[in-house]
Ligand binder design. Structure first.
Ligand SMILES: C[S@@+](CC[C@H](N)C(=O)[O-])C[C@H]1O[C@@H](n2cnc3c(N)ncnc32)[C@H](O)[C@@H]1O
Ligand code: SF4
Length: 387
């Protein structure tokens, strides 16, 4: 697959649907609840317009992955999804093996749309299951039961060649034994891919206030570490090793779209609050659009795009981003690419020190990887290397 400039890098398109039926108390994604009906056709027209404007700006590319994320994209009508995919196909060339993922909430209503999404061109779904017991789902503010989530997984299995689901662990009252059992059950229901996120208490969310007031307790460091280790052990045992800090897949079943981010390739961000990384005139641009859905809509209607940020990255920033994203991956990074981006190599003394501590390894080809022991302290490792 080749892209602009003759490179063989992947090119992804991310499309953000910013609405949800209710706001989960732990979530700080750009998601909004509207009590009045949403003018979906108007939003669809704006998506099409922003796709066209972005394509005119960056020119030819071959799209290797598309990700419809949210919010809750499974609230979109299949015809809206179809129109978005058609617009991408009209404005760029699309690889014959393009991966098209749609994020879905596992309620029965949404699962009824799966056949329509498939007909529209979606070939992979990612379901937000979050937990497999009803008490935890209730505590997480979810609108679905465990049974409903598993039914949605079964419909996904019948409807798509590829599916994944998300679980959140390190929840209140969760022991290593409970998580082992839940994860084992999840793996039985999974096919090729699972995303397993440790609960993060995000500032500004209801969970943040409850946590600060001592009304929600999250695991202490030792238990969090134990839960992380259980995750790796159970998944490894079942052939679902981590290819990224929170993502597990059988060989070859990695989410290609997410690899675009972590390998620091190029992607366009469409929709409210979507981020992009675009190479324009030899410079990597970091873009993001207006986050508020209706404000974004009006901007697109007036200007053809909803861009709020459009910054050219200097070589240092690009190199740091490459390091930050790449070290999340089990495959690690090629330090030569870091040198090419920043104009200077990583500090060999820091590499030696981190190797001695067992936080990173370097293989025969020179690839640098964070070790199992280093992953729980990934931020510190990256900060050390980038310093
Ligand atoms: C953009 S969300 C969307 C998925 C979909 N709307 C849903 O909730 O089913 C992607 C995933 O991020 C994870 N997530 C969101 N907030 C989180 C938090 N505070 N801590 C850990 N994981 C979180 C959840 O597993 C969620 O499925
Ligand atoms: S977790 Fe998903 S459903 Fe819940 S508010 Fe966030 S984006 Fe919406």
């Amino acid at each position: 697959m080749t892209n602009a400039g003759g490179s063989n890098e992947a090119f992804g398109v991310y499309v953000h649907w910013p609405f949800c039926l209710s706001k989960c108390p732990y979530c700080d994604f750009n998601s909004h609840v509207r009590h009045a009906a949403i003018d979906e056709d108007r939003f669809a027209r704006a998506f099409l317009r922003e796709i066209e404007t972005t394509a005119q700006r960056i020119g030819h590319r071959e799209v290797t992955s598309i990700f419809l994320g949210g919010g809750t994209p499974s609230l979109m009508q299949p015809q809206t999804v179809g129109a978005i995919l058609d617009a991408i196909g009209k404005n760029w060339r699309v690889a014959s093996d393009v991966e098209v993922t749609l994020e879905a909430n596992p309620t029965s209503v949404e699962a009824t749309r799966f056949a329509g999404y498939r007909a529209a061109g979606v070939n992979r779904v990612s379901l937000g299951v979050q937990a497999l017991d009803d008490t935890s789902l209730k505590a997480l503010g979810r609108l679905h039961s465990a049974r409903e989530a598993l039914d949605a997984v079964a419909i996904a299995r019948r409807s798509f060649e590829r599916y994944s689901f998300d679980l959140i662990y390190a929840r209140e009252h969760q022991t290593a034994q409970m998580w082992t059992e839940e994860l084992t059950l999840a793996i039985r229901e999974a096919a090729e891919h699972l995303s397993l996120y440790q609960l993060t208490i995000e500032e500004g969310t209801p969970f943040f206030a409850l946590h600060a007031a001592g009304k929600i307790k999250t695991p202490d460091e030792a238990l969090a570490r134990e839960l992380y280790d259980v995750t790796q052990e159970v998944c490894d045992r079942h052939g679902l090793g981590a290819y990224e800090i929170s993502n597990h897949a059988r060989g070859g079943a990695e989410c290609r779209h997410n690899l675009v981010y972590w390998r620091a390739h190029e992607y366009a961000g469409i929709g409210p609050g979507a981020h992009g990384r675009l190479d324009i005139g030899g410079t990597r641009h970091a873009t993001s659009t207006e986050k508020r859905p209706e404000a974004w809509l009006m901007r697109v209607e007036a200007n053809g795009h909803g861009l709020a940020v459009d910054d050219g990255l200097n070589s240092e920033e690009r190199a740091d981003e490459f390091l930050l994203m790449g070290l999340r991956l089990a495959e690690g990074i090629d330090p030569r690419r870091y040198t090419a981006l920043s104009g200077r190599p990583l500090d060999p003394r820091r590499i030696a020190l981190l190797r001695e501590e067992g936080a990173i390894s370097v293989d025969d080809q020179g690839r640098l990887r964070v070790t199992q022991a280093g992953f729980p302290v990934l931020d510190a490792v990256v900060a050390d290397l980038a310093a």
